[in-house]
Structure formats: structure tokens, C-alpha cells
Design a protein around this ligand. Structure first.
Ligand code: PBG
Length: 310
């Protein structure tokens, strides 16, 4: 009765990686328990999570081909668009969020358009906004309930909001990855999404791990541009940021327990060095304590089952 913080299954979001094909479950070696799934298998996985009490999924796409315009990101029959349609058709009660980014669809693996300047490749912010806005609208057209831009281009929330509004999707909320740090904890994800940058790194658009004040400015900007929910990412190494965001803005706040966090727990648990269940639940509870209303985690379905067992 005196417990201050509680974790509920209905605060969890399960990430799913969807790829073309049928009956495919490609294991991701650096993320035990996580698979690249064909849409039919993604529906199965989502149904099982929903049955356990998880209300939402967030989709990442692995397209059959990539190019320098990320055309697979906003194709009407792109992998995510198809997956959204099928999930909404087969599991109407499931909340479907989509990750809005270009890196999985760009041949170079960056989150924005790349241009050359003085022999050096740089990210071209503003042309990237148009592609991101197009992507978000195409997800909404397919039936996405929430769009979640993770690219970290400047001004993308405003661009996406305007495009959604003029496309007739004024009610579609934006969950922005507002304080997203350039983190080594994303390593396994880039295997799962096949989205590692082919040159350079993401430090010109993702944040420096040393900067908390800047994180506050990033969140303030995204809220001003129209974000409905803001996310801090990664979670465990950035609980101070999460705490500050929730305390300062009081808005709906999400945390993303990222691939590297998952991989570390899995690796140590496999060796019997930590107790998977206890460590996972303690970590998720710490994110709630720090201020997260919503937690995106690869352990969503497991955690929901553990919560049921009590
Ligand atoms: C795409 C994106 C990334 C993650 C979510 N969206 C990878 C990145 O920025 O390189 C990371 C998720 C994870 O590590 O679990 N931009």
C-alpha cells in the first residue's frame, strides 16, 4: 500500500521489426528473443503481446531495397504501411505506433538526406523534413495511431504536424524522440534494422551524452512544434534526463529501453550472472520512478506476463 511507483502492462510498448516475406522469423543474434518478422508473424507476435496485456507496438521496417531518397519509407505499399494495414485489420484493439525515420531506407544508412560539401558528406536537414513528413502521412494513411519521429532532424515535428494536419490527420498524435542521444547502446538495433551508417556517425544530429541542458532545449522545441508525447532514449543511462523532462514539462513522457540495454541483460542472464526477470522488472520500475508514463521495451510481452503472475 505504501509503494510509490507501480508498473502496469498498459504502459508498455513492444517494438517489432517487419520485413517482406511470409512465415519468416529471422533471429537477431545480438538481441536474443528479438526477430525480424514477416507481416504474418508480426501479427502473431503482436497478438500474443496484446493477450499478455501490452496495448501497443511500434513498427520498424526492413525494406527489400534501399536508395538515396529513402523511397521505401513513404511508399504506399512499403513494408511498414502494409504491416500497419494488416495489424489494424486483424487486431483492431491494438495501438499501432510507427517509427518515422529514413535510416532503414537509405542506402547510406543515415537518418537524413546526405549531400557533399567540400568533399565531405554532410546531412542536409531541410530536404530531409519533406521526406519525413511524407513518411509520417503515409503511415497515418495506412492507419497508424501514433507516429514517432526518431531522426533528430531540426524542425521535423513542426513539418510532420503541418503535413498531418493538411492531410486530414489532425488527430494523429506525435510521439517525438525528443532527447535522443548518440549512443553506443543502439549497436544491436542496427543489426536488427540493418541500418548502420555506411560512413561517419550520427553525432551531427543525435545528442552528446554529456548534455542535459541541451536535452531540455530539444524537448522544449519539440513541444512547441506540436509533439504530444516526448521520449528520452536510451533509458537506463539517462534516467536523470527522464526525471528532469518529466519534472520540468509535466507532459506525457516516454522512455526507450534500447537494444543494447536488452542485449546486456540477456547476455548476463544467459550466463547466470543476473536474474533476467528481477533485473528487467527493477529496470522498468526505475524508469517509471524517474518519470516515464510509457516505456518502449523489447521485454514488453515478458514483463506483462510477469506482472500477471505477480
Ligand atoms: C532510427 C532508430 C534507432 C533506434 C530507434 N530508432 C537507431 C539509431 O538511431 O541508430 C534505436 C533503438 C534501439 O537501439 O533499440 N533512427
Amino acid at each position: 500500500m505504501v509503494r510509490e511507483t507501480r508498473l502496469h502492462a498498459d504502459q508498455l510498448v513492444l517494438p517489432l521489426f517487419v520485413r517482406p516475406g511470409r512465415k519468416l522469423r529471422h533471429a537477431v543474434p545480438s538481441m536474443p528473443g528479438v526477430f525480424q518478422l514477416s507481416i504474418d508473424e508480426a501479427v502473431r507476435e503482436a497478438a500474443a503481446a496484446q493477450k499478455a496485456g501490452v496495448p501497443a507496438v511500434i513498427l520498424f521496417g526492413i525494406p527489400s531495397k534501399k536508395d538515396i531518397r529513402a523511397s521505401g519509407a513513404y511508399a504506399k505499399n512499403g513494408i511498414v504501411q502494409k504491416a500497419v494495414r494488416q495489424l489494424k485489420r486483424e487486431l483492431p484493439g491494438l495501438l499501432v505506433m510507427t517509427d518515422v525515420c529514413l535510416c532503414e531506407y537509405m542506402s547510406h544508412g543515415h537518418c537524413g538526406v546526405v549531400k557533399k560539401r567540400g568533399g565531405q558528406a554532410i546531412i542536409d536537414n531541410d530536404p530531409s523534413l519533406k521526406l519525413l513528413a511524407r513518411t509520417a502521412v503515409s503511415h497515418a494513411e495506412a492507419g497508424a495511431d501514433v507516429v514517432a519521429p526518431s531522426d533528430m532532424m531540426d524542425g521535423r515535428v513542426a513539418a510532420i504536424r503541418a503535413a498531418l494536419d493538411s492531410g486530414g490527420f489532425g488527430d494523429t498524435p506525435i510521439l517525438s524522440y525528443a532527447a535522443k542521444f548518440a549512443s553506443a547502446f543502439y549497436g544491436p538495433f542496427r543489426d536488427a534494422a540493418e541500418s548502420a551508417p555506411q560512413f561517419g556517425d550520427r553525432r551531427s544530429y543525435q545528442m552528446d551524452a554529456a548534455n542535459a541542458e541541451e536535452a531540455m532545449r530539444e524537448v522544449a522545441l519539440d513541444l512547441r512544434e506540436g509533439a504530444d508525447i516526448v521520449m528520452v532514449k536510451p533509458a537506463l543511462a539517462y534516467l536523470d534526463i527522464l526525471y528532469r523532462v518529466k519534472s520540468e514539462f509535466g507532459c506525457p513522457t516516454a522512455a526507450y529501453a534500447v537494444s543494447g540495454e536488452h542485449a546486456m541483460v540477456q547476455a548476463a542472464a544467459k550466463r547466470g550472472w543476473v536474474d533476467e526477470r528481477a533485473v528487467t522488472m527493477e529496470s522498468l520500475l526505475s524508469m517509471r520512478r524517474a518519470g516515464a508514463d510509457i516505456i518502449v521495451t523489447y521485454a514488453a510481452a515478458k514483463a506483462a506476463r510477469w506482472l500477471r503472475e505477480g
